[in-house]
Design a binder for this molecule. Structure first.
Ligand SMILES: Nc1nc2c(ncn2[C@@H]2O[C@H](COP(=O)(O)OP(=O)(O)OP(=O)(O)O)[C@@H](O)[C@H]2O)c(=O)[nH]1
Length: 306
């Protein structure tokens, strides 16, 4: 545990340092509030706890903690506990300390046992908070990822689509088109080989397509055997070429099931982002109509409106 101690009294600081060393802590020292802020800035993301005196020259403890909490918020840094250590402990001091961003307030002289117990309690809160932050990150990722293929799910694809077309509308000179890709006669694969093999094909198809895309493209599973794409190119011809390449990529890819090569093809409906078609819903609706056209006119083809 890395602890920043700020106290203008050398003996208090030394005593505290000895206690903390016995508890196995690594200590950084500051002789006043201003130094505490500087030490915090020099050790961003490394401090686990601050123990700080109230009455100090240059910047007092309350002012220093206020400044530190502001920096912490601005940089969206992990929370860490702050404990005030002061000779004066009237109700107003305690209240001011907590309002300044402190989490506890101990009256000097500090008992080693009480300090160790308080640090233990703060560590427990800090660990609990870290676990919560981790769980939230995991939930966020689960909420945006398709459970089977690991690519973006429908919700994530639609949100990203919206933000990309917003930026594109304002500042991009590049062409951009939204496509819906659907595997042809996929029910036959499930019926002939079973649902697990069907799942494997969906994973393989998404991997093959993903490897072909650039980091500026968007790709997500809209549901079932249907995928969404948003591709960029320098020209409209370039867009047609890129979607056609993806259709051919799947057509030529050798999908092997139980040592047997099977043919997989896709139908794709593609619409360019334009003044006439520029909202997420308009794009998906038009791409879906074009997909239907591709299916009814024989499958294994791309129908464009670019
Ligand atoms: N294995 C697997 N199958 C799925 C999944 N989601 C949907 N399906 C299957 O996908 C098939 C889609 O069938 P249809 O909508 O009739 O379409 P299709 O057979 O691909 O025919 P066309 O789209 O008209 O070419 C159904 O059999 C669904 O059960 C999934 O996550 N895994």
């Amino acid at each position: 545990m890395k602890v920043l101690i700020a106290d203008d009294t050398n003996t208090d600081r030394l005593l505290l340092k000895l206690h903390l060393a016995k508890l196995g802590c690594q200590v950084i020292e500051a002789k006043n509030g201003q130094e505490a802020v500087s030490q915090y800035l020099a050790n961003l993301d490394e401090i686990d706890l601050i123990l700080i005196d109230v009455q100090m020259p240059v910047l007092n403890g309350f002012e220093a903690v206020k400044a530190i909490r502001e920096i912490q918020q601005q940089n969206q840094q992990e929370w860490f506990p702050v404990i005030f250590l002061s000779a004066s402990g009237n109700e107003t001091d305690v209240e001011n300390g907590i309002m300044a961003g402190g989490d506890d307030y101990l009256i000097k002289p500090i008992s080693q046992k009480v300090l160790a117990a308080k640090m233990h309690a703060m560590k427990r809160i800090s660990d609990m908070r870290s676990r919560l932050v981790e769980s939230n990150k995991m939930l966020e990722s689960l909420a945006s990822t398709d459970y089977l293929t690991g690519i973006a799910n429908r919700r994530c694809f639609e949100v990203s689509l919206e933000s990309v077309i917003d930026v594109h509308r304002d500042e991009s000179s590049r062409c951009c088109a939204c496509g819906i890709l659907d595997l042809d006669k996929f029910k036959n694969i499930n019926d002939s080989f079973g649902h697990d093999i069907g799942d494997k094909v969906l994973i393989d198809v998404s991997n093959v397509i993903q490897q072909h895309l650039t980091e500026n493209d968007l790709f997500g599973r809209l549901g079932g055997e249907e995928f969404g794409l948003l591709l960029m190119s320098e020209s409209r011809e370039g867009l047609i070429e890129r979607f056609e390449e993806i259709r051919q990529l799947i057509e030529r890819y050798q999908f092997t099931i139980k040592d047997q090569l099977i043919d997989i093809t896709t139908s794709i409906g593609v619409v360019a982002v334009s003044d006439q078609c520029k909202s997420r819903n308009q794009l998906l609706k038009r791409a879906d109509e074009l997909l239907y056209e591709a299916k009814t006119s024989g499958r294994n083809r791309v129908c464009f409106d670019v």
